[in-house]
Design a binder for this molecule. Structure first.
Ligand code: 3PG
Length: 403
């Protein structure tokens, strides 16, 4: 688990002297769920991020806000902020007396001495900019330099956006850098898990085992049990030699999954039955399997009733619970039960310390109106990095600055 540096409190932006004379560059978490047309599906991350945006807009000389949306390969229109983030932010900042100036390029932002305090500059999806995530480190640094030139200090409020990039990492080496309030809130909440009351249960789901594989070993080591659902379960079941029919899985991860199961077979619980369907569609007819095997022509789209019963029992006995990832295609009525029941049973366990996190998990929490978590983290991958690694690049680069 990541060990929080002792001097971290000092790195909150509220410790900056003379902030009213500073031009601030803020990295926010704006990575919201959108549909294929770019329509906003869940605004939780915007609601969280707007708080620091407003606070910094009032306190600083000028403010530039940036963030990313999705994983664009080029400037895909559904991932442009114009369709989703910009209207939401504009509406919410106008009501506070600020104008939002949308900047598709850095040249749309006036020089420091020509900015108006009532204007907040919102940069287009930062992943549209060449250099942000470049494999060529020199190109990434060059882009970070051009971002840094616009401002006097850098504030990172995007706990969720933990990957190294120009706007999350390299810029922090170039400007006096600080952590935002929302980011700090995440660190404080997650640190309560340093010595979790036992049994400590991890509930993991979601589509991609590849994104969780490197964390699963540590999570299995530090927790008492890991309950697995969602599409990631099918790569693990495949590795066990179980027929998964046409269910989604990651072929290139099967051999690693096999090693993982060998090492942690006692602690890792996998589905023993499934809700299955002949079509992968929101209105398909479903049936339930009698065992862990999925017939050849079928897709598994949710955990089945026997699995659910077993998982609910584990959840009711747990004293700490970490939940990341849905158990199935929770957006479809016929495959929402696994995720909704798991979520409901977690919040029903009043004695346990309950933490949930990640974009899909938050969307499911909102969809099923679940309340009672001790903390809902905006970060999914970030939360897993925090729990399983001894470094957290975007924090370390700020606290180690000039040391
Ligand atoms: C997330 O949604 O987990 C973060 O915003 C990071 O997004 P990424 O996995 O595309 O880097």
């Amino acid at each position: 688990m990541y060990k929080i540096p002792s001097n971290i409190e000092k790195k909150g932006f509220w410790n900056v002297d003379g902030l009213e004379n500073k031009n601030v560059f803020l990295r926010s978490c704006l990575n919201v769920s959108v549909d294929k047309y770019g329509n906003l599906l869940d605004e939780s991350r915007l609601k969280e991020s707007i708080q620091s945006i407003v606070e910094l807009a009032f306190k600083s000389k000028s403010l530039i806000v940036c963030g990313h949306l999705g994983r664009p390969k080029s400037c895909e229109q559904n991932l442009s902020f114009k369709k989703n983030v910009l209207p939401w932010i504009t509406e919410n900042l106008n009501s506070k007396g600020f104008n939002v100036i949308f900047a598709e390029s850095l040249s749309d932002i006036p020089p420091k001495d020509q900015r108006n305090k009532s204007n907040i500059y919102l940069l287009e999806n930062i992943r549209f900019f060449k250099g942000e995530e470049s494999n060529d480190r020199k190109e990434m640094i060059k882009f970070a330099e051009s971002l840094a030139e616009t401002s006097d200090i850098f504030v990172n409020d995007a706990f969720a956006d933990y990957r190294v990039s120009a706007s999350t990492y390299e810029i922090a080496k170039l400007l006096p850098s600080y952590i935002g309030r929302s980011f700090m809130k995440e660190i404080e909440a997650l640190s309560k898990f340093y010595d979790p009351p036992r049994p400590f249960l991890c509930v993991l789901g979601g589509a991609k085992l590849s994104e969780k594989l490197e964390f699963l070993t540590t999570l299995a080591e530090i927790s008492d049990k890991v309950l697995i659902g969602g599409a990631m379960a099918y790569t693990l079941l495949k590795a066990k030699g179980i027929n998964i029919g046409k269910s989604l899985y990651e072929e290139d991860k099967v051999s690693l999954a096999r090693e993982l199961i060998k090492k942690h077979s006692q602690k890792m619980l996998l589905p023993v039955d499934h809700v299955i369907s002949l079509e992968f569609s929101h209105s398909s007819q479903v049936t339930v399997t009698k065992s862990a095997e999925v017939p050849n022509e079928y897709f598994a789209i949710d955990i089945g009733p026997k699995t659910l019963e077993k998982y609910l029992e584990e959840i009711s006995n747990a004293k700490s619970i970490l939940w990341n990832g849905p158990m199935g295609v929770y957006e479809w009525p016929q495959s929402s039960t696994g995720t909704s029941q798991i979520g409901e049973s977690i919040v029903k366990n009043k004695e346990a310390f309950k933490l949930a996190g990640g974009g899909d998990t938050i969307a499911a929490i909102n969809m099923f109106s679940l309340s009672g978590f001790d903390h809902i983290s905006m970060g999914g991958g970030a939360m897993l990095v925090f729990f399983s690694c001894d470094k957290f690049d975007t924090i370390d680069v700020i606290v180690n600055q000039y040391s």
